[in-house]
Design a protein around this ligand. Structure first.
Ligand SMILES: [Zn+2]
Length: 439
């Protein structure tokens, strides 16, 4: 298939803008990149998808999300409003996840995947929890991902908060799924909740299993000051130090948040090659603090961007990143749109590349054909240099008209081709209503 007659935005190491550009897709990969004139002459018999002047970009990547949280939208807590992060966990997430059954897990994933396709997010790194339906839960999500046609890396969040049997089930679920998962569109990694719900024994068990499987971890790190206080109480060490000592950090490990870390911990993250994922909308919403992303970047840490279960519009997450750090530092010069693009696009591609064998997040020959068309008409000159500012001030997930993953068209001119959105949303409302009644 040839995608032609659009402006190519290549991203990748050297972002290029190719007016009237075209792309050849062969199988699940990009086979040629050039101008429409060049490629239509060279590949005359290819089916053409006409971009009609739209932007042609790599699909967005989400570095940290929770499909399982989808049913929390509009949910009444029947308690006083949570006043801090531990209460948010206790009143919201740990009540919701305990009530999930396999059907809920499936439809929470499906509604999240519909949202991802609509917003052009083509690769998602998910972190799952359903303590009363652990075994097989990752398969349920994997089936939904496969049905949607998206690319995802899954894990089960091991935690000691529900007793030893559930801890062991979580470890087994990660182990089983990682062994079976490796397909091009699906990958597995080892999920851990956070230092504050994990004992030294559980960390040790997890390290043994993950070591045998040669995978890293996906864990929440120092999201709130409560995690730091707990770690100091348990071990006399701050969170990053405790996890480092336990063998959790490394090149393949994702540390989500890292809001409450000091300079020494920042160096430890860099020295171990640990990847950090920033989730500004979630951090603001939970009022946990502002991660010092700029310091982490200066020290050479790969910091990517996640949505932590907020909408899958990564444009929105990038806009929030752009604004939050300016406000927090009371300095409009910090966190330029170019830095936001580095975090939200290039670093996310580097992080996703840990799990998938071919290149992602760039329109380049050999990369996965994960492509979106954006119905964005610039009202001022657009070039490769000012593109990040167009992205922050003009583009949004709602402008995504067509979404393609691994060469398969999942949405064309806003019409979903793999999922029945109406039926999925109707069933999701029914299941959410029942789940709320059980809580
Ligand atoms: Zn999270």
């Amino acid at each position: 298939m040839l995608i032609a007659n659009g402006t190519l935005v290549t991203f990748g190491e050297e972002n290029e803008l190719i007016p009237n550009g075209a792309l050849l897709i062969k199988g699940d990969r990009i086979a040629a990149v050039g101008t429409t004139t060049e490629l239509t002459e060279r590949y005359q018999h290819e089916e053409i998808l006409d971009a009609r002047g739209r932007l042609i970009m790599p699909g967005m990547i989400c570095g940290h999300t929770h499909f399982y949280g989808a049913f929390a939208r509009g949910m009444s807590l029947k308690t006083e409003p949570p006043s801090d992060f531990p209460q948010i966990l206790e009143y919201v997430w740990w009540r919701l996840d305990k009530a999930l059954n396999p059907d809920d897990v499936r439809f929470s994933a499906l509604v999240s995947l519909v949202d991802a396709i609509r917003n052009g997010t083509t690769t998602l790194i998910d972190h799952h929890s359903s303590p009363n339906a652990v075994a097989g839960s990752l398969d349920v999500i994997a089936e939904a991902v496969t049905e949607a046609g998206l690319r995802a890396c899954l894990c089960y969040e091991v935690s000691d908060r529900d007793g030893e049997e559930t801890t062991l089930e979580g470890i087994r679920e990660n182990e089983r799924f990682i062994k079976e998962a490796s397909r091009d569109l699906l990958a597995g990694t080892f999920g851990l909740h956070a230092s504050l719900t994990l004992s030294d024994e559980t960390l040790q068990r997890a390290v043994e299993v993950a070591g045998e499987l040669n995978v890293g971890f996906h864990i929440h790190v120092a999201e709130d000051k409560a995690d730091v206080a707990d770690s100091l109480k348990k071990s006399g060490l701050r969170v990053v130090e405790r996890l480092e000592k336990a063998g959790i950090l490394g090149e393949k490990t994702i540390a989500a948040h890292c809001v409450h870390i000091d300079a020494y911990e920042t160096d430890t993250l860099r020295e171990t090659g640990t990847k950090v994922v920033h989730n500004p909308r979630s951090n603001m919403s939970n009022a946990v603090g502002v991660a010092d992303v700029l310091r982490m970047l200066r020290r050479g840490i790969v910091v990517g961007l996640g949505n932590d279960g907020f909408s899958n519009d990564m444009f929105s997450e990038m806009k929030t990143t752009y604004r939050l750090h300016k406000l927090a530092q009371e300095d409009p010069r910090v966190m330029g749109a170019d830095q936001v693009l580095e975090i939200g696009v290039r670093n996310n591609a580097r992080i996703a590349s840990l799990f998938f064998p071919k290149a992602l997040g760039a329109l380049s020959v050999g990369a996965y054909a994960d492509i979106i068309l954006l119905d964005y008409v610039p009202t001022t000159p657009l070039d490769a240099d000012n593109l990040p500012w167009h992205l922050i001030f003009g583009m949004s997930g709602g402008q995504v008209s067509t979404t393609i993953v691994g060469g398969q068209v999942l949405m064309r001119d806003r019409e979903l081709l793999t999922l029945d959105e109406e039926a999925i949303c109707a069933r999701s409302r029914e299941l959410a209503n029942k789940l709320w009644a059980r809580m």
